[in-house]
Ligand binder design. Structure first.
Ligand code: MN
Length: 315
């Protein structure tokens, strides 16, 4: 396994470079980049996982294991034993960037086969299909995608696994049932044909304005399908005032509470199979705000989903 040890283990938990030895239900993993369109795609988010680790450390969440957290009504680790292991970051080879698909896939394959819940911080938005692909042949899953953009291109510049195509690549997988896309607004690289294709594939598209005008309840209702959900969040799905550390800030985005609410509903029901955060650019962040939002979303899953696959006792 080509894994780089973490700077600081996420939330103060154990760290290991051997995913087969992990015994906790949750595993934190950084994947620094996906197949690029341009050389800078390899570096702009490469330190995002470390930024999230640093955010958790700065807020002292890595020592507050027994503090009462009002977001789930108790301590993060009630027994004083961390339920998340930090697996470090996949080491990408910038001379052969496509290889990261296989290198990350090899790690994720072990984690999913062992029943772990991956908590992944990506590079740009090419990462999510690597995570969903680890469920292929094992479990039928649904996907909740939060983003300003549809990300349903067949290809861009001849690259089919770049950051404009992740949801199309996810739709290629036989293990995927429902796809719910939330937060779309403004214009991206998708045209009318891509929007029509996504709908023809059964994707439910809930725009940011749908949420602003009708509330987040419609999103929670859209998650009724049976089976677990992989949640994948492009940080630009959040409003730039909430998540400023992104490359394509677009006004009119979702609030933190609007993004957290459906994740919390799934976590309470034990239905989060993985959580992926992408497009976090630490160099553009403001006082670590975006990294903090990512940290709290991960913590909500850990705090509310005590046993993956089982409903929260208070649900
Ligand atoms: Mn986006």
């Amino acid at each position: 396994m080509s894994l780089r040890a973490p700077s600081l283990p996420f939330l103060g938990g154990p760290a290991t470079g051997d995913p087969a030895t992990i015994r906790t239900p949750y595993v934190f993993l950084g994947i620094p980049f996906g197949p690029p369109y341009a050389p800078e795609d390899l570096v702009v988010c490469a330190d995002a996982a470390d930024a999230v680790r640093a955010s958790a450390h700065r807020m002292e969440y890595d020592t507050m294991w027994l503090s009462h957290d009002f977001d789930w009504g108790g301590p993060l680790f009630p027994d004083g034993v961390p339920t998340v292991t930090d697996c470090g970051d996949v080491i990408g080879d910038v001379r052969d960037p496509d290889r990261i698909w296989d290198d990350a896939g090899a790690v994720l394959d072990v984690l999913v086969a062992d029943g772990r819940v991956p908590l992944v911080v990506g590079g740009l938005d090419a990462i999510p299909p690597m995570v969903v692909g680890a469920f292929e042949g094992r479990e039928t899953v649904n996907v909740l995608h939060v983003d300003a953009h549809l990300d349903f291109r067949h290809e861009r510049d001849g690259v089919t696994r770049g950051y404009s195509s992740p949801i199309r690549r996810i739709r290629d997988l036989a293990c995927v049932a429902e796809v719910v896309q939330v937060g779309m607004r403004g214009a991206g690289y998708s045209g009318d044909p891509e929007v029509a294709d996504a709908r023809a594939c059964g994707n439910r598209i809930i725009t940011a304005w749908d949420v602003h005008e009708h509330g987040i309840a419609s999103v929670v209702e859209a998650l009724a399908a049976s089976g677990r959900w992989i949640v994948t969040i492009d940080c630009d799905g959040l409003d730039p005032t909430v998540a400023p550390g992104v490359g394509w800030p677009e006004p009119g985005g979702l609030t933190y509470a609007q993004v957290a609410t459906p994740i919390r509903a799934l976590a309470r029901a034990g239905r989060v199979a993985a959580l992926v955060v992408t497009e976090l650019r630490p160099a553009l962040d403001v006082r670590g705000a975006t990294a903090h939002v990512a940290t709290r979303l991960f913590m909500n899953v850990i705090g509310l989903q005590r046993t993956p696959g089982a409903a929260h006792p208070a649900a």
